[in-house]
Design a protein around this ligand. Structure first.
Ligand code: DGT
Ligand code: CA
Ligand code: CA
Length: 615
């Protein structure tokens, strides 16, 4: 099995803390359970007409606990499930029901009450659970289009409890939904976990040499139309049969003409294009199904120029003799190219760069020596303690780490000055306990609508590291957004701008910005631009990063972890750096501690000097 070790390890997060040992399909079953409980949480909020519904909060607790552990619970009796942290009686019963029957009756009842179009309606900014109920009861509005029509006709303002202001808010909300609401593409954050579990499951089957996801997911596009999974095996039939019977799979349709390809639909509504190929053709098939189509067309052109043929089965010479097929690298090499990482395969100059040995120096998560944006449970939304986060970071072998809880302007998630000062003392003490890990006390400042920041200048200056980011006023115009970001960059305490656009993929578009002006200001003020590795964000995006390439802009790759396990997001951050053509040496947290720390403190001091000089 020549491929198993490399390709599978690269593509798949290993879930090693499964205490009951591997059971076929176990990880996927737990994944499906968590997804159903999370859906119960969302629908219960609608049903109770209350975002703070205590029942929804109970689901939320259960979902977080189950997500944070990888335990296989299917064999446990209800009484035992109840003993798990965060699991109450009602939820333990539903879990047992799910394990026994594969379904939760309560969820199915709620799904009937809130069909998909209504759930979509509930996602329009401004449509809270109460508003949703009023719109349905008073106006019979059951989908986004009906709401749009009602707002246009001005009838919403006449509904008791809504009025002119609500109508105005809904109009803006509908604008923000824009085309994203109609788009069938799924956000990458929804697809990736399921894809990784499916690939791990299939890779572990007997007779399977390797499995990987291909297509837009492997290229790290932010949204995915369908998931392409490729399996290398000489015996496709058992693979197909196993896949069709998996707990997350809702339906499977074989294609005509054999059992090497099937279209699966998962219970989360994801389309999966599953193909099984002979192991010796795995490279050619990976290349073909990873795309992009534009990239493949260029590769076929290079082959044709030599009189050769490239297809999903291999690279062939003019006599029809096989030149290469088993690995992608072999095919690239035969075409005179350095291997091109999947995120770059968009025909945006990567072929020429590979010919001239000018591809950006590759970055992996292992090259990152520190993480500079993460939260502890001091932030309202943090889920691990300071000690847990630091221990996890030390285990990863980091040389430096900046703790950056939310600044106080962030409402309930923000942290007061007093609490941060207490945290600083704790961090200094921990720093001594971890001699090989340099701990920085940082903060994630909120960039106000006018570019103002939390606390006061002196307090901001007392931190070792500051990330500043937008968390509010997403609909200001382009000039105002650009001004606020540049103003934050000019603050002497600010080292980096976190998740530049503020987008939440599939839910909220990013703020509008004059990117050239922002990048010029980043270069001028020595402010780094963050690559945020959260799959919900992937921000700054690849297009922005590509434009930064020509400028003297420093980049940092961060996890924005809110839990000790979320440092793994750095994998996506590194892939996004790759997709954005970022050279490794541009990324400040690939630098050794001494160089990094010198840069971090110097950029703060220098900007401060510029400031006093020009004042
Ligand atoms: P998606 O699914 O829209 O998010 O994006 P992709 O890139 O995954 O597109 P998809 O699923 O249609 O196809 C996967 C890869 O397979 C694609 O990147 C290139 C290859 N491919 C699929 N259909 C064709 C085709 O008709 N011609 C060529 N040359 N390549 C194709
Ligand atoms: Ca696809
Ligand atoms: Ca496809």
């Amino acid at each position: 099995m020549p491929f198993a070790a490399t390709s599978v390890r690269v593509q798949v997060a290993m879930h090693s803390s499964n205490t009951t040992g591997p059971r076929q399909g176990a990880a996927l079953q737990m994944h499906e359970l968590v997804a159903q409980l999370d859906e119960l949480r969302r629908l219960t909020i609608l049903d109770d007409q209350n975002p703070q519904s205590f029942r929804a909060r109970a689901y939320d607790r259960a979902v977080r606990r189950l997500r944070d552990s990888n335990e296989d619970l299917a064999a446990l009796p209800e009484a035992e499930l109840l003993r798990r942290d965060g699991i109450g009686k009602a939820i333990a019963a539903k879990m047992r029901e799910f394990f026994d029957t594969g379904r939760i009756a309560k969820l199915e009842m709620l799904r009937e009450r809130f069909p998909p179009a209504v759930q979509q309606l509930a996602q329009v900014p401004g449509v809270g659970p109460k508003t949703l109920a009023r719109l349905r009861e008073e106006l019979g509005i059951e989908n986004v289009e009906a709401l749009r029509a009602a707002v246009e006709q001005g009838v919403v303002r006449n509904v008791a409890g809504l009025g002119q202001r609500s109508e105005q808010m809904l109009r803006r909300g509908l604008q923000r939904v824009g085309t994203a609401g109609k788009d069938r593409r799924q956000p990458i954050a929804r697809v990736m976990p399921e894809a990784e579990l499916l690939v791990a499951e299939l890779a572990a089957l007997p007779g399977v040499a390797a499995a990987r996801y291909c297509g837009s997911l492997r290229r790290l596009r932010s949204t995915i139309a369908d998931l392409d999974i490729l399996v290398a095996s000489a015996d496709p039939r058992p693979v197909m049969e196993h896949a069709a019977a998996l707990p997350v799979v809702d339906g499977a349709q074989p294609f005509h003409g054999g059992d090497t390809r099937a279209a699966l639909t998962t219970r989360r509504g994801l389309q999966v294009d599953l193909r099984v190929v002979a192991p010796e053709q795995f490279g050619a098939a990976s290349l073909y199904f990873t795309g992009s189509q534009a990239h493949n067309i260029r590769l076929r052109g290079l082959a044709a120029a030599r009189g050769w043929l490239l297809n999903e089965y291999g690279l062939w010479n003019e006599q029809g003799k096989l030149i290469a097929a088993d690995t992608e690298e072999a095919i690239y090499a035969a075409l005179g190219l350095l291997p091109i990482p999947p995120p770059l395969r968009e025909d945006r100059g990567e072929i020429e760069a590979a010919q001239r040995d000018e591809l950006p120096a590759p970055i992996t998560a292992d090259d990152l020596r520190g993480d500079l944006h993460l939260h502890t449970d001091a932030s309202g939304d943090g889920r691990s303690t300071l000690e847990e986060m630091v221990a996890a970071a030390a285990e990863r072998g980091f040389s430096y780490l900046a703790i950056t809880d939310h600044g106080e302007d962030m409402g309930i998630n923000g942290v007061s000055r007093e609490r941060l000062l207490a945290q600083r003392a704790a961090i200094r003490a921990l720093d001594t306990a971890y001699p090989r890990l340099r701990l920085l006390h940082g903060v994630e400042l909120n960039i106000g609508p006018d570019g103002s920041l939390d606390y006061d200048a002196a307090f901001r200056a007392s931190f070792d590291w500051c990330v500043a980011a937008v968390h509010s006023a997403f609909d200001l115009d382009r000039a105002a957004q650009t001004r606020r970001i540049v103003a934050a960059m000019e603050d002497p305490a600010v080292n980096a701008i976190g998740h530049l656009s503020g987008r939440m993929i599939g839910r909220r578009p990013g703020i509008e910005l004059d990117i050239d002006a922002v990048l010029a200001a980043a270069a001028r003020t020595g402010t780094a631009i963050e690559i945020n590795g959260s799959l919900s964000r992937l921000d700054a995006g690849a297009d922005v990063l590509r434009r930064a390439r020509a400028l003297d802009v420093t980049i940092v790759v961060n996890s924005d972890a809110h839990h000790r396990r979320e440092f793994d997001r750095l994998r996506w951050g590194a892939l996004l750096a790759e997709r954005g053509w970022v050279d490794r040496d541009r990324v400040a947290n690939t630098w050794p501690a001494q160089r990094f720390l010198a840069w971090a403190s110097a950029s703060r001091a220098e900007t401060a000097l510029d400031r006093s000089g020009s004042a």
